[in-house]
Design a protein around this ligand. Structure first.
Ligand code: GLC
Length: 581
């Protein structure tokens, strides 16, 4: 069928007046059988504190820096900030190796700064979600220092140890170890300890009830300060099969199955919920939730009383670049997850975070010709899917991968240790570095580009990680002035999502599944139906959706000027949001 859409553009910021409060009231009372929750309606903005804003010119972002930019954050219209770890840490893995869970990392400031940050957020109606990293601690945490000091120390069982007299422990792969070996020999007690991540990140032993209670107490400490939730870092790995069976051949292809979601994981989550979460009005989200939608449901099925939502990795682990894995496969992942979660449970929707390259470089096109338009298209996607959008700092500007040429530029333990490991084995380092240009986590960790002054206005010192040289072109100050910038388009989208319950709770239906370029779907709720059309390619692309759109109106389009979809064709990276009558 060939629908006719001949429509005029609404100026980006004047879209929504009609459906405001009354719709929201209706929204709360009658939207789907699923229960409505603030965290389902929220847009979460992720701030990587090391790279957001430096207030004291030591080249490292800090809490005072974030405080100085709270009005900017508020201006985005978002509801909550997820802050990567800010606790005391020797920074082997940029704060994901915590040596004191109740103190602030000196690089970032003091507890007083933290209290001011929280107050400043709450005054602006922004909630704060903290990272909770309790699958492992730092090897410099007091618990580990005690634990490794003798076999009968009372903290010994806070970690996993394998006595050397039993021979070598059964092999376990480590994400960040130079030799990919997760057991590290420690001469002090003639035993091996387990570290799924780097050697400086020993895994905590969740089988020990004393450890669990200490962690719950620490969580209550932060919640009593008034924070609004936790993002559970790598928690799917907390429960291990401590009979340590040999791994089957081919286990590498499904690490999560063999390493994560161990026999007691859900017992721990239910206990945590009883002892901590249920006592506060907060939001909890799991980083990673098994290997399938059904696994993920177990974390967030409200009847099970564990977590509120989960983000899975299938849609980001799918490959290096969308041109390699293809849009159809990509659509199928989202559709499969949505199908499982259509009646209960909740997911987050994200395209990037601090462990991923920049979204526009991976799923869009960061060449000068298409960077802006494809960034806007991707933002449209995130904001119009069912699930809570998690939006990574700088993506609102269309920040791109930095693509370092030399290993000397990298700080990340992941890249550096893999490089050393490969070098020791005589592997192809050139190919490795080429690959890192697409996949390295540091592509997404470069300092926020505030303006066109030195170091993009991030610091007047020496930035801890190089600023992307394109900051002259891509920066917040320039985009503030341009009503059609990616920044202002993002703001428009956030408002749109807030005013249109259908975008939060509406039923999702995929259309034109086999179309290799266009992702098309509808969202439907209580008589309202919107159509989302997204061209993921740099070519004009036709679509065939089998819906009459004759009397419909475009409520948002990422191209400026008159909209005309008459021929069922989208321009390169075009995104259109259409209200169907
Ligand atoms: C999570 C974090 C990542 C970190 C790892 C180990 O995946 O997102 O940055 O390196 O856990 O804590």
């Amino acid at each position: 069928m060939k629908p006719i859409l001949s429509l005029c553009l609404f100026s980006a910021l004047t879209l929504f007046s009609a459906e405001s409060t009354s719709a929201q009231n209706k929204f709360v009372k009658t939207s789907q059988k699923n229960d409505t929750k603030w965290w389902k309606e929220a847009v979460v903005y992720q701030v990587y504190p090391r790279s957001f804003k430096d207030s004291d010119d030591d080249g490292v972002g800090d809490l005072k820096g974030i405080i100085s930019k709270l009005d900017y954050i508020k201006s985005l219209g978002i509801d909550a900030v997820w802050l990567n770890p800010i606790y005391t840490s020797p920074n082997d893995d940029n704060g994901y190796d915590i040596s004191d869970y109740r103190q602030i990392m000196t690089d970032f400031g003091t507890m007083e700064d933290f209290d001011l940050l929280l107050k400043g957020m709450h005054e602006r109606g922004i909630k704060l979600i903290m990272d909770l990293v309790v699958n492992h601690s730092s090897d410099e945490h007091e618990w580990f220092k005690q634990s490794r000091s003798s076999r009968d120390n009372k903290y010994r069982d806070y970690y996993h140890w394998w006595p050397a007299e039993k021979g070598k422990p059964p092999y376990r792969w480590s994400f960040f170890d130079v030799n990919s070996d997760a057991w590290k020999y420690d001469a002090q007690t003639d035993a091996y300890y387990l570290h799924y991540f780097s050697q400086k990140q020993p895994d905590l032993n969740w089988e020990n009830p004393k450890l669990r209670q200490e962690i719950y107490e620490m969580m209550r400490f932060w919640l009593d300060k008034g924070i609004d939730g936790f993002r559970m870092d790598a928690f799917q790995f907390a429960s291990k099969d401590t009979t340590w069976p040999e791994l089957p051949k081919g286990y590498e292809k499904n690490i999560i199955k063999y390493y994560g979601v161990g026999p007691h994981l859900h017992d721990y989550l239910q206990e945590m919920n009883r002892e901590v979460f249920s006592k506060y009005d907060i939001m909890t989200v799991a980083e990673g939730a098994g290997s399938t939608p059904e696994d993920a449901m177990l974390f967030v099925d409200p009847d099970r009383k564990e977590l509120n939502m989960a983000y899975h990795f299938e849609s980001v682990d799918i490959g290096k670049h969308i041109n390699d894995f293809g849009l159809v496969k990509y659509k199928d992942i989202f559709s499969r997850y949505d199908e499982t979660f259509k009646d209960k449970g909740w997911l987050s929707i994200f395209l990037a975070n601090h462990d991923q390259p920049r979204m526009v470089s991976k799923f869009g096109n960061d060449t000068p010709e298409f960077r802006e338009i494809s960034s806007k298209m991707l933002s449209t996607f995130i904001m119009t899917m069912r699930g809570t959008p998690y939006y990574y700092y700088g993506d609102e500007l269309g920040m791109t991968n930095i693509r370092f040429d030399s290993i000397a530029n990298y700080h990340d333990v992941d890249t550096r240790n893999k490089y050393i490991g490969l070098k020791n084995k005589g592997g192809d380092l050139k190919a490795f570095l080429e690959g890192q240009k697409q996949t390295s986590r540091e592509n997404g960790r470069t300092p926020f580009q505030w303006d066109a002054t030195k170091n993009a206005g991030f610091t007047t010192g020496k930035p801890w990680l190089k600023v992307n040289p394109n900051y002259n072109l891509i920066n917040a100050e320039a985009q503030e002035k341009d009503p059609n910038s990616t920044l202002n388009y993002f703001r428009t989208l956030v408002q749109l999502r807030k005013k249109k319950p259908v975008l939060v709770y509406g039923k999702y239906t995929l259309l034109d599944r086999e179309n290799p370029n266009v992702f098309a779907y509808t969202r439907e709720l209580e008589g309202k139906k919107v159509l989302v059309l997204l061209n993921f390619s740099d070519k004009e692309s036709s679509f065939n959706i089998g819906i009459s759109t004759t009397k419909s109106k475009i409520i948002l389009d990422n191209y400026t000027g008159t909209k005309n979809l008459k021929k069922n064709v989208l321009r390169p990276y075009e995104a259109a949001l259409i209200e169907l009558k």
